[in-house]
Design a binder for this molecule. Structure first.
Ligand code: SF4
Ligand code: SF4
Length: 86
């Protein structure tokens, strides 16, 4: 009987990567994205502007994207190190 458990385990260990893009012209530095990111991916600089500090920790929950009042941040899932084409 074939056993695919090893394959499934291998797939389960693949970590999805995401890119966080901030549109600076739209961002008003309100800090919502930094305050509520569950993985502390986003920090703030001395001017209060959001800064992507730990992109590798992003889990793609898109909380930042859906709660930004100015639609100034978007999340892109990366596959094999490249941007996913729409
Ligand atoms: S929530 Fe949006 S407007 Fe506020 S700091 Fe983040 S990207 Fe900028
Ligand atoms: S998608 Fe989620 S984990 Fe990633 S930066 Fe936004 S709030 Fe943080």
């Amino acid at each position: 009987m074939p056993n695919n458990s090893d394959d499934k385990k291998a797939q389960g260990k693949k970590k999805k990567l995401y890119e966080q893009i901030i549109f600076r012209d739209w961002c008003k530095s309100c800090g919502i994205c930094a305050a509520f990111c569950p993985k502390q991916v986003i920090g703030r600089n001395n001017a209060g502007e959001p800064v992507i500090e730990r992109p590798q920790d992003c889990i793609g929950c898109r909380f930042c994207e859906t709660h930004c009042p100015d639609f100034a941040i978007t999340i892109i899932e990366l596959n094999h190190g490249e941007r996913k084409q729409a």
